[in-house]
Design a protein around this ligand. Structure first.
Ligand code: ZN
Ligand code: ZN
Length: 200
């Protein structure tokens, strides 16, 4: 009997998979492309037509904090432009209107995504390459490794939790929707997954 050991919950989260690359369909030519992302930047590049895209994963909140030399009160002004290029700007005191220079403070905020929506990855919204439907329900894999894991896991006769896991620890299989795991669907689902495997 084939036996498989499940993996920790975060092994194939969108984020950890994106570090190595998500397989997506290029919106320009329909061939396979790869999305990679780290904390600060997401990148797409198509292996077919060379189309490439980059997106910053980090936005800034800018503000000026000052003590007004005219009325003596402390104030904070939020700046709407998050790409504020100047280190110092003139800002008006909200209490008395006195204008004076203030140092621009930038606070970085990282956008963290971890959801696949309608078979699309969250960074650019491109459709996953390994995406199909089984019995009207979406079936997808983030990349080859993830797909291989799914096939391995679902086709095994015996499934074990990761080494060192205790019963309350969530595992990779906890991410899978119930229809994939039920005995009556498993064979069909695996067939579907194997078909996808051959598509690239
Ligand atoms: Zn392309
Ligand atoms: Zn003032």
């Amino acid at each position: 009997m084939k036996r498989v050991t499940d993996k920790p919950y975060h092994t194939y989260s969108v984020y950890s998979a994106a570090a190595k690359g998500l397989y997506v369909k290029c919106p320009k030519c329909g061939k396979a492309g790869i999305v990679t992302a780290d904390k600060t930047t997401a990148r797409f590049s198509c292996t077919g037509c060379g189309y490439a895209k980059t997106k910053k994963q980090c936005i800034f909140f800018c503000k000026i904090e000052n003590k007004c030399v005219h009325c003596g009160r402390y104030y904070r002004v939020a700046l709407s432009d998050d790409k504020q290029p100047f280190p110092v700007l003139i800002a008006a005191c909200p209490f008395c209107g006195h204008k004076m220079p203030g140092r621009v403070q930038k606070t970085p905020a990282y956008i963290l995504y971890d959801q696949i929506k309608d078979g699309c990855e969250p960074f650019f919204g491109f459709q996953l390459w390994f995406f199909t439907c089984y019995d009207g329900k979406p079936l997808w894999a983030l990349n080859r490794e993830h797909l291989a894991y799914l096939i391995d896991y679902l086709s095994a006769g015996l499934r074990e939790d990761p080494v060192g896991a205790h019963t309350t620890m969530r595992t990779q299989a906890d991410r899978l929707p119930a229809f994939m795991k039920t005995a009556k669907n498993r064979k069909g689902v695996v067939k579907c997954l194997e078909k996808m495997q051959k598509s690239l």
